[in-house]
Design a binder for this molecule. Structure first.
Ligand code: NOJ
Length: 506
């Protein structure tokens, strides 16, 4: 089924499902595809345009599924290919597109190629160089006969050798496999990683772990020119299917100009703009990042993406310091031009779980470098009953999350769930939201005021005192209660329909 225009991704709201933690249909404590299917009505009611499924492929889950043993099958813990097909069909029937994760930089060490000792498909050397794993420690592991293989992530994730034609052919085929099954696009994992600098040169002397340089400086294992050839091979494949099949890159590179190189009519459609996620909760930092992001969008002639949370970073309620701030940042994000990527549970205002016992943490980064991403991967609370609708979940759900559950928030007009629903519904109907342009309005230093044409003004107060809205009009939505005189309290954002300006579609 075709769902409207081919450019749908330009202003889409995409909801990231981390399948292990989203919804568990068979009650084994691990989320599954049937669980996702069972929540499609919830997602349709939320008002998202698409879901992005983090990996559900056959995997030992050494890195939560980003270690794929079979790129063409579903791990039994998550279901079957038939479940996947049913999920896509039903999602499409409800007007929700489906994006899947593609993990081309590395496979699992349980992949048949690695198991069969096909070393030319991987990166084996007699001696390691000085490269470090993103998860900490050396990026090389030695095998019995003395050779070393490269793994930019965990040892269970050997890097593939993209100089090998079979590797390239295999991934072209994997793309087709999922496109044939009806997926609307791909989120490309470590999209800047597949090609390494010739000769694998050392990074050289540096202060602190190499992982700290990433994104600021160029390293010989990321963002090499040759990676763009791969996307030029992939794009015609995507374009050969109807209905607007797209790809979004996860690429941590050193400048907006370098990120822009991944996007274009002959490469990928979008790249995550992580700068917004890294910004402090302050009008100035948001403005700097927004200006930079819009400049980058100009460079590529496509709107940018906005992200506040995902499965790799502490949830934004905790990062920004309070639920009030998270709600305000969300209203800002959803009013910016371009597409927004939401992470499951953020619509419930879930905080990061900081006190998971060490022995329950499963993130390989925790085992190697002591930093864990498990706290943002705790299962989503559905019901207000003890257990939140989960039996023996793979990570424990804090007992107080019954109050944050979807059920508890359902009928509460002030709940975060209903704030997201209202914002997404307005975003669909309001002619100023989605794509388009943005202009800055004069405002005090702690206040961000943005006008979206026609007539929608977003005001965010990151200061310590209430501020007047600064424009006349009707408040369409507010992230928190306004003062009796209509002023905007600290840590609050509002959407205002300027008096005398455009009307909203119903
Ligand atoms: C980025 C993914 O988002 C992350 O979860 C994973 O650990 C690494 N890539 C390695 O695949």
């Amino acid at each position: 089924m075709l769902l409207g225009n081919d450019d749908w991704w330009r202003d889409a709201v995409v909801y990231q499902v981390y399948p292990r933690s989203f919804a568990d249909a068979n009650g084994d404590g691990t989320g599954d595809l049937q669980g996702v299917r069972g929540r499609l009505d919830y997602l349709a009611r939320l008002g998202v345009d698409a879901i992005w499924l983090s990996p559900f492929y056959t995997s030992p889950l050494a890195d939560g599924g980003y270690d794929v043993a079979d790129y063409r099958d579903v791990d039994p813990r998550f279901g079957t290919l038939a479940d996947f097909d049913a999920l896509v069909a039903e999602a499409h029937g409800k007007g929700i597109r489906v994006i899947v994760d593609l993990v081309p930089n590395h496979s699992s060490d349980q992949h048949p190629w690695f198991q069969a000792g096909l070393r030319d498909r991987y990166i084996f050397r007699d001696q390691p160089n000085d490269w470090e794993s993103i998860f900490g420690g050396p990026a090389w592991t030695q095998v019995e006969d003395g050779q070393w293989y490269l793994h930019l992530f965990a040892p269970e994730q050997p890097d593939l050798n993209w100089d090998h034609p079979e590797v390239r052919a295999e991934f072209r085929d994997i793309l087709r496999f999922w496109l044939e099954r009806g997926v609307d696009g791909f989120r490309v994992d470590v999209a800047h990683g597949m090609i390494k600098a010739a000769g694998l040169p050392d990074v050289g002397a540096k202060d602190g772990p190499q992982a700290e340089m990433l994104g600021d400086e160029q390293v010989p294992y990321f963002d090499q020119d040759g990676v763009h050839d791969i996307y030029r091979e992939w794009r015609p494949i995507l374009d050969s299917y109807p209905g607007g099949r797209m790809a979004v890159a996860e690429a941590w590179v050193s400048s907006p100009e370098r990120l822009a190189r991944y996007i274009g009519p002959d490469e990928l459609h979008q790249a995550f703009n992580f700068e917004f996620m890294m910004a402090d909760f302050h009008a100035k930092s948001f403005r700097t990042v927004i200006e930079k992001s819009l400049a980058e969008a100009e460079l590529v002639g496509a709107p940018t993406t906005w992200v506040l949370s995902n499965h790799d970073k502490p949830r934004h309620v905790t990062r920004h310091g309070s639920l009030a701030r998270a709600r305000a940042a969300t209203l800002l994000m959803l009013a910016l031009p371009g597409s927004a990527y939401l992470y499951n549970g953020e619509e419930l205002g879930l905080p990061e779980v900081l006190d998971l016992p060490d022995e329950l943490r499963q993130d390989p980064a925790f085992l190697r470098r002591g930093e864990s991403r498990d706290g943002c991967r705790v299962p989503v609370p559905w019901t207000a009953e003890p257990g939140c609708g989960w039996r023996d979940p793979w990570l424990p759900i804090p007992p107080e999350w019954t109050e944050l559950s979807a059920e508890a928030q359902e009928d509460d007009p002030g709940s975060t769930l209903n704030l997201y629903r209202a914002a997404l519904s307005l975003r669909r109907r309001h002619p100023a939201l989605g794509g388009g342009t943005l202009s800055w309005l004069d405002s005090p230093e702690d206040v961000l005021a943005v006008e979206r044409d026609p007539g929608l003004v977003v005001v965010l107060n990151t200061g310590e005192r209430p501020v007047p809205p600064g424009v006349a009009g009707e408040v369409l939505l507010s992230s928190g209660p306004l003062a009796a005189d209509g002023s905007i309290p600290p840590d609050t954002a509002v959407w205002i329909q300027r008096s005398g300006s455009a009307t909203i579609d119903s």
